[in-house]
Ligand binder design. Structure first.
Ligand code: IPE
Ligand code: IPE
Ligand code: MG
Length: 249
């Protein structure tokens, strides 16, 4: 029986978010520079997307560049921006054919103009597609997102569109860059690091976490299926007790 066949199709996460980590270490282990690892990471993105399609996942969010990643050496940052544009250019046709919709979260205005243009064109080209939503987190940090949401809410209060009493969870969700996207049921981080690194802090309030030692360029279809199986072995209690969950099942 293949791993895919072991997956319960009635209990797959609609949304999987991945912190794709370990490209640099993967490359350095083989005596190459870090960009070599980032290049190979693109192949893992391709594989993971295909696996997500097979497993009927509807939203796949990939943490591709954090706000903190600007602090890396300029050569690496420039290489990552080039890689983003090159990969989108190469893949968008194929993605469009397979009905993938490309979305972004993060501060797009802070990206170089040539990246913004490529992203906008990928977004326009795929916006009517109804298959997997591929969400690229770029120049993203959860604290930036939350600060931004607070500023927008304050502005609405100032212009009398809202009162402080109107602020509830939905009002906050509506100002996040993920406002059209459901929360991820499953968060995966590769490379053996057990931290969140400023990713989706609001949205992962009740996500299940799956950590794997696999470095991102080695992450393949089966690794995504393994993560889904691990997710399916968990009991999600949302504050309740086991007996209540069993009764509702
Ligand atoms: C993840 O791999 C990719 C990005 C953050 C862009 P890293 O580049 O962080 O690889 P390691 O963690 O240094 O091995
Ligand atoms: C998190 O990885 C960001 C991305 C995967 C894009 P990092 O490698 O930047 O995270 P830290 O610095 O180890 O926490
Ligand atoms: Mg890293």
């Amino acid at each position: 029986m293949s791993i895919l066949e072991k997956i319960d199709v009635n209990n797959t996460p609609d949304h999987i978010a991945i912190i794709m980590d370990g490209n640099g270490r993967w490359a350095q282990k083989q005596g190459h520079d870090r960009l070599f690892g980032h290049n190979f990471g693109v192949e893992s993105v391709r594989e993971t997307l295909k696996a997500a399609q097979k497993a009927n996942v509807k939203y796949l969010t990939l943490y591709a560049f954090s706000t903190e990643n600007w602090n890396r050496p300029k050569e690496e940052v420039d290489g990552l921006m080039d890689l983003l544009v090159r990969s989108l250019g190469n893949e968008v046709e194929e993605l469009n054919k397979s009905n993938v919709r490309i979305l972004t979260i993060g501060d797009m205005d802070g990206l170089p103009e040539f990246c913004q243009a490529e992203l906008k064109s990928a977004y326009e080209r795929t916006k009517d597609n109804t298959g997997v939503n591929l969400i690229l987190a770029l120049n993203y940090s959860a604290r930036w997102e939350l600060v931004n949401a607070m500023k927008k809410i304050a502005g609405k209060i100032q212009s009398n569109e809202l009162t402080p009493e109107d602020i509830d969870e939905d009002a906050i969700i509506g100002e996040l860059t993920t406002c059209q996207i459901p929360d991820p049921e499953l968060l995966i981080r590769t490379s053996g690091e057990h931290r969140v690194s400023n990713f989706l802090l609001w949205q992962i309030a009740y996500s299940e976490f799956h950590f794997t030692e696999v470095l991102w360029p080695d992450f393949k279809e089966e690794d995504l299926f393994e993560a889904i199986l691990d997710y399916q072995s968990r009991e999600r209690r949302f504050g309740m007790v086991s007996e209540q969950i069993e009764k509702n099942a």
